[in-house]
Design a protein around this ligand. Structure first.
Ligand code: UGA
Length: 433
C-alpha cells in the first residue's frame, strides 16, 4: 500500500480529526476529510475553524489547498486507501463508550476493497476484534491519539511515541501508517490491536490517577502543614515518578479523562474484573471539585447572597472546551448555597453561557471581581497572573482569593492585601491567608 502517494482519508473532523488532517497536510500529504455535519464542512471550506486550538486556524490556512473537505464517503473512498477514523465516542449513561459513530463508519466501508481503517477514536479494548469479526477482510489498525487540547499541534508534531497496533494480516497497512508518522521522530510502538487499545485507556487512566493521588496528598498537606507544591517538586525529581501531572487543584475535567477512566472501569467490570483503584480516582475527583465550598465557608460563613467571582471556566487554559469542567460543578454548588455567581473566561464564554444560564458572564476579570465577596481561580489563564491585584483588592467587597490551581504566587497576592488560599498549600491549614 503506497499510502504516501495517495490522499489520506480523515473521517470525522472534530478536534482530533481536524488537528490530524491539518498536521498531515503540513507534512506534505493530500487529505480528504469527511464530516457528516454540512455546516461544519461549509465553514471549514471557507477556512473557518470553530474550535479554539492555538495555531490551528493559521496552519489550516497555509495548508488549505492540500485538504478537501467533504460530506461524501464516496469522495473519501475514491481517493484514499488509508482512512483515519476520528469520530467521537462520547460516554453513555452507563459509562460505556458510545461506539455508534464508529460502527456507522465501518458499515460504509465496502466489502473486499483494499481500504484500511486506522482507528484514532478512543475505543474500549476489544473494539478492533469486534469490528474484524464483522469485516474479517478489513485491514484494521489501532493508532490511538495522545494529543492534549491547547497544545495539540505541538504534541502531534513532536510525539513521545506513536502506537500502531495491527494484527498479522494488516502489517502492510501498518507499515504505511508508520511511514506517515516516521518524519515526526517519536518512538514507534508496533504492537497488536488489543494492546494498542489498552495503551490508550491505561495511559489516560494512569494520568488521572496521578492527579487524584496528588489531590489527596494536597488534602493531607492541609492537615499536616506541608505544602503540596513543595511535595510535588520533591517527588517529581524522582525519574520513576516524573514531575508532570502532579499539580494539585480542583479536579480534572475535559472530554477525555472522565470518559476514559469510566470506560476502563466499565470495560473491566464487563469482563468480570472490579477495578477498585479507578472507583477511588473518580470519587476523589468529584469530591475535589467541592472542597472549594468549604474553603469559602471558612472565610465567609454562609454563602447565601454572597457574590463569588469565578476566574476561568474552561476545563483547562488555551481551550474553550467546557466538557466536564470543574466550573460546572462548582457554580452549581455555589448557587445551591444561595450565592450569586459571576464568571469571566477569556475564550469559553460562548460555550459556557448555554451550560451556565444563571451565571452572570463578565467581560473582563476586573469586572467579575468588582464587588465580589470572594474569587475562585478555576482555570489558570496566564492573564490572571498579570492582574493588578492591589487594585483588585480595592474593588472587591471582601478580598478573598481561593486559587483552585495553585497558579498564583501566594506572596504576591498577600502583598497586594488579599487573603490567599490554595489547594494543599501551607496557608490552608491555619487559614492565615
Ligand atoms: C488528555 C491527555 O493528556 C492526552 O494525552 C490525551 O490524548 C487526551 O486526554 C485524549 O484522550 O484525547 P486533555 O484532556 O486535552 O488531554 O488535557 P490534559 O492536559 O491532560 O488535562 C486534563 C485535566 O487534568 C485538566 O482539567 C487539567 O486541569 C487537569 N490536570 C492536569 C490537573 O488537575 N493536574 C495536572 O497535573 C495535570
Amino acid at each position: 500500500m503506497d499510502a504516501e502517494l495517495e490522499k489520506v482519508g480523515v473521517v470525522g473532523v472534530g478536534w482530533v480529526g481536524l488537528v490530524s488532517a491539518t498536521c498531515f497536510a503540513e507534512l506534505g500529504h493530500e487529505i480528504v476529510a469527511l464530516d457528516v455535519n454540512e455546516e461544519k464542512v461549509e465553514a471549514l471550506r471557507r477556512g473557518e475553524v470553530t474550535i479554539h486550538e492555538p495555531g490551528l486556524a493559521e496552519l489550516l490556512k497555509t495548508n488549505a489547498e492540500r485538504i478537501t473537505f467533504t460530506t461524501s464517503m464516496d469522495d473519501v473512498l475514491a481517493s484514499a486507501r488509508l482512512l483515519f477514523c476520528c469520530v467521537d465516542t462520547p460516554p453513555t449513561y452507563s459509562g460505556d463508550a458510545d461506539l455508534s459513530r464508529v460502527r456507522s463508519v465501518v458499515e460504509q466501508l465496502p466489502e473486499g476493497s483494499d481500504h484500511a481503517l486506522v482507528m484514532k477514536s478512543t475505543v474500549p479494548s476489544g473494539t478492533g476484534a469486534s469490528i474484524r469479526r464483522g469485516k474479517p477482510d478489513l485491514p484494521y489498525i489501532s493508532c490511538p491519539e495522545f494529543l492534549k487540547e491547547g497544545s495539540a499541534i505541538q504534541d502531534f508534531m513532536h510525539p513521545d511515541r506513536v502506537v500502531i497496533g495491527a494484527d498479522a494480516d494488516a502489517e502492510k497497512a501498518a507499515d504505511a501508517v508508520e511511514r506517515l508518522y516516521a518524519p515526526l521522530g517519536g518512538e514507534i510502538v508496533r504492537t497488536d490491536v488489543a494492546s494498542a487499545e489498552m495503551i490508550k485507556l491505561a495511559s489516560n487512566a494512569f494520568l488521572a490517577t496521578k492527579i487524584s493521588f496528588i489531590n489527596e496528598i494536597a488534602n493531607v498537606c492541609e492537615q499536616t502543614g506541608a505544602d503540596v507544591t513543595e511535595v510535588a517538586r520533591g517527588m517529581g525529581l524522582d525519574e520513576r515518578i516524573g514531575a508532570s501531572f502532579l499539580q494539585a487543584g480542583i479536579g480534572y475535567g475535559g472530554s477525555c479523562f472522565p470518559k476514559d477512566v469510566s470506560a476502563l472501569k466499565q470495560l473491566a467490570g464487563n469482563s468480570g474484573y472490579h477495578f477498585q483503584l479507578l472507583n477511588a480516582v473518580i470519587e476523589v475527583n468529584e469530591l475535589q471539585k467541592r472542597r472549594v465550598i468549604a474553603k469559602l465557608e471558612k472565610h465567609l460563613g454562609s454563602l447565601a447572597d454572597k457574590r463569588v467571582a469565578l476566574l476561568g471556566l474552561a476545563f483547562k487554559p488555551d481551550t474553550d472546551d467546557m466538557r466536564e469542567a470543574s466550573s460546572l460543578v462548582l457554580s452549581a454548588r455555589l448557587q445551591g448555597e444561595g450565592a450569586e455567581v459571576v464568571a469571566y473566561d477569556p475564550v469559553a464564554e460562548g460555550t459556557a453561557s448555554a451550560m451556565l444560564p444563571d451565571v452572570h458572564m463578565a467581560g473582563s476579570a476586573t469586572e467579575a471581581l468588582h464587588g465580589a465577596d470572594a474569587a475562585v481561580l478555576v482555570t489558570e489563564w496566564p492573564e490572571f497572573s498579570e492582574l493588578d491585584w492591589a487594585s483588585v483588592r480595592e474593588s472587591m467587597n471582601t478580598p478573598i482569593l481561593i486559587d483552585g490551581r495553585n497558579y498564583l504566587d501566594p506572596e504576591m497576592i498577600r502583598a497586594a492585601g488579599l487573603v490567599y488560599e490554595g489547594i494543599g498549600r501551607q496557608d490552608a491549614k491555619n487559614g492565615e491567608g
